[in-house]
Design a protein around this ligand. Structure first.
Ligand SMILES: CC(C)(COP(=O)(O)OP(=O)(O)OC[C@H]1O[C@@H](n2cnc3c(N)ncnc32)[C@H](O)[C@@H]1OP(=O)(O)O)[C@@H](O)C(=O)NCCC(=O)NCCS
Length: 157
């Protein structure tokens, strides 16, 4: 059992500064920074990010976004699910189950989870209990989708 404690991240200047240590820093973070600057979001507003701290430093993070059932093209029966992206563990913390702890957190909501397995991470996702879906060029458009199915949930194709 992992003892890593997963927290929902607060979007504030400190969190956005910590995000700069991660390889995948881009439009999503910049838009949150703009929202902060324009006072559109509060310091403690709910964010799609979850992370793990070690000695007050963010060392691993994940973004989880709930997709409405009406957009579901993966699961049978069609239902709300989580799209997972930006899973990243800082290099010196890898292979210590931080990634596992974050993925387990995503599964705890009890809804299916879909991700795009990038960076040749298929083996990692299989170890997390995910499976690839049959590639659909119209739906998947170059992605490499892997899904996790809770009991009783199947695939649309
Ligand atoms: C992929 C990543 C999130 C894994 O996090 P981690 O904390 O190192 O993983 P864990 O320690 O929880 O590993 C769980 C298992 O997966 C294996 N594993 C870890 N990274 C792997 C990878 N890239 N490919 C294949 N297997 C991997 C581990 O060896 C371990 O196997 P075991 O249970 O047999 O010992 C991390 O390496 C990372 O941030 N990589 C860069 C970004 C990336 O590739 N993101 C994912 C795809 S977009």
């Amino acid at each position: 059992m992992s003892t890593h404690r997963v927290e929902r991240l607060k979007i504030n200047y400190k969190t956005l500064e910590e995000f700069q240590k991660f390889r995948e820093y881009g439009a999503q973070e910049l838009s949150m920074l703009e929202d902060l600057q324009a006072n559109i979001i509060e310091n403690d507003s709910n964010s799609p990010f979850y992370g793990i701290y070690e000695e007050n430093q963010l060392v691993a993070r994940i973004s989880l976004y709930r997709i409405d059932a009406k957009y579901d093209r993966y699961f049978k029966p069609a239902q709300d699910y989580y799209e997972l992206w930006k899973l990243e563990v800082l290099p010196q913390y890898r292979e210590q189950k931080y990634g596992t702890a974050l993925v387990n957190h995503a599964k705890k909501f009890g809804l299916p989870v879909k991700t795009n397995a990038r960076c040749r991470s298929d083996e990692f996702w299989r170890k997390m209990g995910f499976q690839p879906v049959t590639y659909d060029p119209v739906r998947d458009r170059g992605e490499n989708p892997f899904v996790w199915l809770p009991p009783g949930v199947g695939l649309q194709n």
